[in-house]
Design a protein around this ligand. Structure first.
Ligand code: ADP
Ligand code: MG
Length: 391
């Protein structure tokens, strides 16, 4: 009998095998991960080609493609791991935030599988998944640490505290391991990169296209001067002003008939996004005194951002950790890992939990019947005070 099943049935404790499922946006993904942090398989079916012609994700198309891909992707993940559903001890799926039609495909499939196979189920917060990716890639990364999650939908700076793995932080009902120090007030970092890349005619997704254009054209990051937006009295991010400044400048230069070197413009805009993220992260580290930083989310695949944070952390004596690019962009290994951590800390979700398209991270750690409609809903335990002590 496989180790995962043994753990589930209460035999000799062995590594638990977790089937993770992710479908919050435009990737249909499934993975098998063990509780001792080994990735047995990590399958991602991207819909990027499908959405490219529209310059962004079309929700209705995303849902339909998820429906077509979900079962083959799960089968592939089990096959590549060399296991069957009988070896799995837990099913975990992204419950939110994301596109509701897209989320429902993965979530309903996961709940159906759990019901049919008699397995426990855990609904995972997508950002908790990105944070788990950092711990999956770097087992030495232990709370407390800050995690910058920068993607197409999110720019969050999160303080991760000890209860993340059911450790000395106490019962999970009493304390969310996640304290959001900063979030974006408007556009996410990846969204800003995507929009400017589209204006430059670089296509979708914009982040990698912008990085490529800057690198291959040997772009000068100081060719254009962009603001480094910082809000008064708050660590929150705001990228819409930077985006508007870039679009206005481009229009102005075109009107004057000047030719714009795309590589220079891309390099300068990318550097402005990187500096803005890095400035906030360093300020967050200074304020909290936390000794470690992790970087995750699709934008964490960006080489310039990785190098900038690595250098600044080295200078400040901060431990820095970033997963390989395939674990930074959306994937299901990270969802399996986050589900596993929550399960081992005592979490179980009932099969009537719904998708949560707009789900605050702090509320995602409430008990299994929680979430926005649960007993710990919006009025439940709150941990949004950045000045709160690290347990
Ligand atoms: P989601 O936004 O749904 O969570 P991901 O975590 O996969 O999805 O992030 C996708 C975002 O990451 C997109 O905005 C994309 O432009 C950005 N991205 C991906 N690779 C890079 C890169 N090399 N540089 C900058 N941004 C990137
Ligand atoms: Mg993501």
């Amino acid at each position: 009998m496989a180790a995962g099943r043994m753990a589930k049935e209460g035999g000799q404790p062995g590594p638990l095998l977790v089937l993770g499922i992710e479908s919050s946006c435009d990737e249909t993904a499934a993975a098998v991960v063990s509780s001792d942090r080994r990735i047995l398989s990590n399958v991602v079916a991207s819909q990027i080609e499908e959405h490219r012609r529209y310059g962004g994700v079309v929700p209705e198309i995303a849902s339909r493609r998820h429906l077509e891909a979900i079962l083959p992707v799960i089968r592939e993940a089990l096959d590549q791991a060399g296991v069957g559903i009988a070896d799995i001890g837990l099913v975990a799926a992204t419950r939110g935030p994301g596109l509701v039609g897209a989320l429902l495909v993965g979530l309903s499939t996961a709940k159906g599988l759990a019901a049919a196979a008699g397995l426990p189920f855990v609904g995972v917060h997508h950002i908790a998944g990105h944070i788990a990716a950092a711990r999956l890639a770097d087992p030495g990364l232990a709370p407390p640490f800050l995690c910058l999650v920068a993607s197409g939908g999110h720019s969050h700076l999160v303080l991760v505290r000890d209860s993340a793995a059911g450790g000395p932080g106490g019962p999970i009902r009493d304390a969310s391991p996640f304290l959001v120090l900063a979030r974006t007030r408007d556009d996410a970092a990846g969204e800003a990169l995507d929009k400017i890349a589209r204006t430059l005619g670089l296509g979708y997704p914009g982040g990698p296209a912008m990085e490529r254009a800057a690198r291959e054209g040997n772009g000068d990051p100081r060719a254009f001067r962009f603001p480094r937006p910082a809000l008064q009295d708050s660590l929150d991010f705001s990228f819409s002003g930077l985006k508007t400044a870039a679009i206005s400048l481009l229009h102005h230069l075109h009107q004057k008939g000047e030719t714009v070197r795309t590589a220079d413009f891309a390099a300068s805009f990318q550097q402005a996004v990187v500096d803005t993220l890095a400035d906030t992260v360093l300020e967050g580290l200074r304020r909290t005194g936390v000794p470690a930083l992790a970087l995750s989310g699709g934008v964490a695949a960006n080489t310039v951002l990785r190098k900038e944070l690595e250098a600044r952390c080295a200078a400040a004596g901060i431990r820095f950790s970033v997963p390989p690019p395939a674990l930074c962009t959306d994937n299901a290994a990270m969802i399996a890992m986050a589900g596993c951590d929550a399960f081992l800390a005592g979490r179980r979700d009932s099969l009537d939990v719904n998708a949560e398209p707009a789900w605050p991270l702090e509320e995602a750690w409430a008990d299994g019947s929680g979430g926005p409609d649960g007993p710990d809903g919006p009025d439940g335990p709150d941990a949004t005070d950045p000045a709160a002590p690290v347990p």
